[in-house]
Design a protein around this ligand. Structure first.
Ligand code: ADP
Ligand code: C5P
Length: 226
C-alpha cells in the first residue's frame, strides 16, 4: 500500500510538558446519515481546541483497470474497498503527534488524486468518520469514544440521490442499483412488509423452479422482468 507521508513537527523545547495523546472519536453510520455534518458541527462547537477530521472515504483504494471496466459490479460498501493498513498508519502518526498527508479521493472517477494530498496537522482531538470505521478491531482500538449516527434509511436514500447526482457525478439509476432493493422501516414490527417480501420470494422461487423445468420459456420471463 502507499505510505502516509509523515510530516513531523519540530520537537518542542526541553522545558515543555510531555504532549498529551489526542482524544480519538469514531463516528460511524450509514451512507448519507449525516456523519460529516455532525462532525463539522462538533468541530464548530469545539473551536477553542485543535480538532481534525479524518474521513475513511479518503482511504478508498483506487480501482484497477479491470475493476474500472466493471465498476457497476464493484462493492464500495465492503471493508476490502478501503486501504485500512494505510488508514492505521496515518492515525498512528497523528496519535503520536506527527502531521500527515492524507490521500484525496475522487468519487467521480473512483480513484485517488495522485498529485495532491490533504495535510492534517497535530491536534488535541481526532475525529475519524466513515461507514465502516467500527469494522476493524485495530481501528476500534484507537478510539476513546464511539458515536453512531442513525438516520432513517428512506431519508438517507433521498439525501444520497441528491448528493451523488449533484456532487459525485452519478445518475439516479446507478445510485438505486447500488442500494438495497427493499427498505423495511420498524424492523420486525413491520408485519405487512415482511408478508409482502415473503410472498415476493415465493413468487421468485416459483419462477426459479419453472426456469429449471422450462429454461427456454424462462428466457422470455427474465426479459420481461416478471
Ligand atoms: P455522510 O457523511 O453520513 O455521508 P453528510 O453529512 O455528508 O452524510 O450528508 C449527506 C447529504 O445530506 C449532504 O448532501 C448533506 O448536505 C445532507 N444533509 C445532512 N444532514 C442533513 C439534514 N439534517 N437535513 C437535510 N440535509 C442534510
Ligand atoms: O459519504 P458516504 O459515507 O455516503 O460515502 C460512502 C458511500 O460512497 C458508500 O455507500 C459507497 O457505496 C459510496 N461510494 C461510491 N463510489 C465510490 C466510492 C464510494 O458510490 N467510488
Amino acid at each position: 500500500s502507499a505510505t502516509c507521508n509523515g510530516a513531523a513537527d519540530a520537537p518542542s523545547g526541553l522545558a515543555s510538558p510531555a504532549p498529551r495523546q489526542p482524544f480519538v472519536i469514531g463516528v460511524c453510520g450509514g451512507t448519507a446519515s449525516g456523519k460529516t455534518t455532525v462532525c463539522d458541527m462538533i468541530i464548530q462547537q469545539l473551536h477553542d481546541h485543535r480538532v481534525v477530521l479524518v474521513n475513511q472515504d479518503s482511504f478508498y483504494r483506487g480501482l484497477t483497470e479491470e475493476e474500472s471496466e466493471h465498476v457497476e459490479e464493484y462493492n464500495f460498501d465492503h471493508p476490502d474497498a478501503f486501504d485500512t493498513d494505510q488508514l492505521l498508519e496515518c492515525m498512528g502518526k497523528l496519535k503520536s503527534g506527527q502531521s500527515v498527508n492524507i490521500p484525496i479521493y475522487d468519487f467521480k472517477n473512483h480513484r485517488r488524486c495522485s498529485e495532491s494530498f490533504r495535510k492534517v496537522n497535530v491536534s488535541d482531538v481526532i475525529i475519524l468518520e466513515g461507514i465502516l470505521v467500527f469494522h476493524d478491531q485495530r481501528v476500534r482500538d484507537l478510539m476513546d469514544m464511539k458515536i453512531f449516527v442513525d438516520t432513517d434509511a428512506d431519508i438517507r436514500l433521498a439525501r444520497r440521490i441528491r448528493r451523488d447526482t449533484v456532487e459525485r457525478g452519478r445518475d439516479v439509476l446507478s445510485v438505486l442499483e447500488q442500494y438495497a432493493d427493499v427498505i423495511i422501516p420498524r424492523g420486525g414490527d413491520n408485519h405487512v412488509a415482511i408478508d409482502l417480501i415473503a410472498q415476493h420470494i415465493r413468487t421468485k422461487l416459483g419462477q426459479h423452479d419453472l426456469c429449471k423445468l422450462y429454461p427456454n420459456v424462462c428466457v422470455v420471463q427474465t426479459t420481461f422482468q416478471i
